[in-house]
Design a protein around this ligand. Sequence first.
Ligand code: SF4
Length: 408
Amino acid sequence: MNRRRTASGGRARRWRRWRRWTSSRRRRGDPVSGAERSVVTVRPASSPHPAGATRGPRPLLEVRRIYAEEAALVLPRGQEIVGRWPEAEIVPVASHWQIPELHGDEANAWRWVRIKTEALVLGVKKSLVTRPNGRSADFIAPSTANGCAMACAYCYVPRRKGYSNPITVFANIEQITRHVARHIAKQGPKREPDQCDAESWVYDIGENSDCSVDARVSDNVRDLCDLFRMSPTAKASFATKHVNRDLLEWDPLGRVRIRFSLMPEETARVTDIRTSSIRERIAAIDDFVEAGYEVHLNLSPVILTPTWREDWTRLLREVDDTIGPAAKAQLKAEVILLTHNAALHDVNLRWHPRAEDLLWTPDRQETKVSENGAVNVRYERALKASAVAELRAIVARELPSCTIRYAF
Ligand code: SF4
């Protein structure tokens, strides 16, 4: 009881210090966040022609066409992005939501990877809303991008826009960052620990994309992380399947939580298309902890293959053997069993039927209507409950330093 009062007193003191610090900087006209700084200086692109690690011969990004809303093109961030690929053709579009040649043609499954590599969309995020969450994070911040250059077979991100779904970057980053800064300020200090975090409000900043790849396209993710870096009451958080070592230079001061997504390598080879290998993700953990990130694990999606127990045992043992004491001391994980979708199953059969052998097992799956009304399938309730319990036991045995924040 005493300890808790002392801890929350410390948080309140830090919060008051931060308020004093930001007010005095504002009085002097100095910027207090990355977004404000970008008004007065333009940070050069960290990788002018980004090309991330991939599994195949095709680079992750080789942008040839930029589909752009006019309102996005005139903003400084839009200009910066266009400047990174000066040879790219600019294709004007009325709305980033309606580009049939990118999103609509499901019969062209064979062209998707090429579209993901060569096309980029520039848009303006119209609705700026921070939603409560309570599972992985306390809040979901408005996206700074949606879509992805990778192509995981189970990915839910393309379900709204269409299945090739290359990256759309939102150029109004200053508005987005100001919105998030206001939301953080309004919360004040966190008074009670919850499963998201003991001390800080956690904001998921990557609900609809992979921030590590987005950071190869623009400084949007860095600007948001800079805001959290200066926010003693809040943390940014995102899950990723891509190792982008440029992020090691950002000095996030513990205010950014990266959740490396892991699954057994033999399953990932079939389902995680264009991602960094599982071994590369595990090998990155210590480096990111050393660089000032909080690093958690996103054990997801858990796919109940015939050998899942042995495969997860081997994977977690490898993590335990690889990471050092500093990473273990702060390690936590979330566990999420596979959710799939009948429409995605039909589309996947056209381009990647092998993945569907693992993902689509209707004799063990049942229909589930999600919060947004989508009709999905998940493992039957009893099977799911026993698999969660078994996986919890495997984590406790093979990676005992890791607490599970939640599992479902
Ligand atoms: S990395 Fe994430 S956002 Fe990208 S395709 Fe895979 S699951 Fe979807």
